[in-house]
Design a protein around this ligand. Sequence first.
Ligand SMILES: Nc1ncnc2c1ncn2[C@@H]1O[C@H](COP(=O)(O)OP(=O)(O)O)[C@@H](O)[C@H]1O
Ligand SMILES: CC(=O)N[C@@H](CCC(=O)OP(=O)(O)O)C(=O)O
Length: 310
Amino acid sequence: MNATPNSQPDTPQPLGDEQMTASVLAHALPYLRRYAGDTIVVKYGGHAMQQNDLAATFGRDVALLKFVGINPVIVHGGGPQISAMMKRLGVEPHFVDGLRVTDAAMVELIEMVLAGTVNKRVADLVTRAGALAVGLSGRDGKLLQARKASHQRRSPGPHGEPAGEAVDLGFVGIPTKVEPRVLYALLGAGIIPVVAPLASGPGGETLNVNADTAAGAIAGAVRASRLLMLTDVPGVLDGNGNRLAELSAGEARQMIAEGHITGGMIPKVETCLKAVEQGAKAAVILDGRQPHSCLLELFTEGGQGTLIKP
Ligand SMILES: Nc1ncnc2c1ncn2[C@@H]1O[C@H](COP(=O)(O)OP(=O)(O)O)[C@@H](O)[C@H]1O
Ligand SMILES: CC(=O)N[C@@H](CCC(=O)OP(=O)(O)O)C(=O)O
């Protein structure tokens, strides 16, 4: 007999830490099976990556996804990091509908920040967590090809500029073709691709692509089963600041037209709509400031963020 004198086999005991861990893993089984072998594109926004402890957690979560048999592809932003560098050089950033007006000199700086500093930092977060990540930009391996954007204001500008007005955004790219071979090569070798949102224009010039747009284009090309957009708000907020659990195309368009969705949230929502219309199974905008937001979204039933419906 191994039973200790105090043991009461018929009374449920509270779970200790180790049993709790085992229980959490067991509960995750159906979700692990659901996503096994799937490709999941995670857009890691520049705002979400600003806190160091959360960034390390993000790196570990991505590594965990890989170790449980999911193929994560990371597409990162870096808008705040670009703006900070511009300000250090005395240049004031200028955005229209969440898109940065980019002149020829600026696109060089943007490539340095995105494909240099930020890309290597994000790849390093994952590598330090024990998985192999390789950083590349959309200009590598013909991954992202684009044309210059011809943009019309979605909503009135801050100085009374009317919606519908044509705006020259300069070296801002709209993806025209995605060549995902380089991603498959990396995934096939067990490596997590980490992509900086730059593209090659028709003449080989560098174009600055909004990271949400780049993530959506890549998610479509690799037929991702999920597109997760990590940002710095709990999801899409209504006029009273409450998170919307779901958002349809019609509702989103109305909120944009009425000015309830503005700035960087516009390309995010538009990208999610396009991704689900093009066949992605789901697109979710969620709070990257919440620890383990990717794991909560994928491995629990409780919905996080805002689910975008076609
Ligand atoms: N209706 C809305 N709901 C939530 N956020 C909104 C909304 N309208 C505008 N935003 C803004 O969009 C921002 C997220 O976009 P962005 O700054 O581009 O983030 P990221 O760097 O993560 O891509 C939020 O911080 C918020 O200021
Ligand atoms: C055209 C355009 O706006 N490009 C973005 C690219 C980075 C980005 O999108 O970063 P976040 O996801 O952190 O906002 C920019 O220059 O800021």
